[in-house]
Design a protein around this ligand. Sequence first.
Ligand code: ADE
Length: 354
Amino acid sequence: MIIDDNNNKNTKIAASKSKDLEAGEIEYDRNYDLNIRPKTFKDYIGQETIKNTLKITIEASKKRNVQLDHILLYGPPGLGKTTLANIIANETGVGIKITSAPALERPRDIIGILMSLKEGEILFIDEIHRLNKIAEEILYPAMEDFFIDLTTGKSQTVKTMRVPVKKFTLIGATTKAGALSGPLRDRFGVIHRLEFYTPSELSSVIKRSAKILNIEIDNEGAMEIAKRSRSTPRIANRLIKRASDWALVKGDGVINLNIAKEALNSLNIDEFGLDYTDRELLKMIITNYNGGPVGVETLGVALGEDIRTIEDVIEPYLLQSGFIQRTQRGRMATPLAYNHLGIKNGNPNQLELF
Ligand code: ADE
């Protein structure tokens, strides 16, 4: 299904059936996100190196009058891969069609979307590491030489037809660059890893969003939310909403340090930005597995949590902020994790970490 994006007339979303809107809340969240999402590099805070190199890449392709190279964006969820893809389309002055790999289940899904592209357009495929082999193979000649091989007929009468597609740029996004097949990865001319945001960058994101949403927030309130947002703008933007509710009901409408603290404490988000699930995971490693090492599959079963969620959503921040380490034998809690949870460090394996 292709949905017109009411925020950007250049944007079309090819949504998977499972992602169809089911509740008013989701519709509200989607519009909320679209309103505060930056549309230009100028408005996009952070990821300075990526922004600067992308600007040069776009400028050079314009000067050479050639199609922009295919771009792979990877990194943890919520750091702005989709936002960047929309900005690239906007700054290049072309349309963008947005889909995700799980929505491209049958050959005709990827063929249909490739054939629907207009000259120069961008095709954004989210979660591209989940593309199936057949879809990948259809994509290869399209990416390299802008044609696809269509087969007609059955067994002995099978015929292959070479059909041109319009020149396009593929932007792939993934949380797991390592899970991409080598041949697919090699076909991207530009590869960028998105970094976690610093508290100061996040504080700027929060103040910008608050301004757009007419939410009053002071510097200390913004910094407090920033520090507790797991270095991730998507989370920061969600927490502003919650803090703004709190300010309205419990305060005078302004998000200051106290309101931010109270609101986030009430959500069980601690001063490092860890939530209940993060702390449960750390506690599990420490108390049930003597601090580790423990495999992610075991943790998944013990916590009743999907392994992919642990690997893609929960772990990246715990790793980067130094609460866990990944060793060949599994995950280990670090001294910081013991300290944070107020548990005495008695793990003999901990010596491995120093
Ligand atoms: N909202 C979400 N991500 C953002 C970013 N990087 N800059 C500005 N606003 C944002």
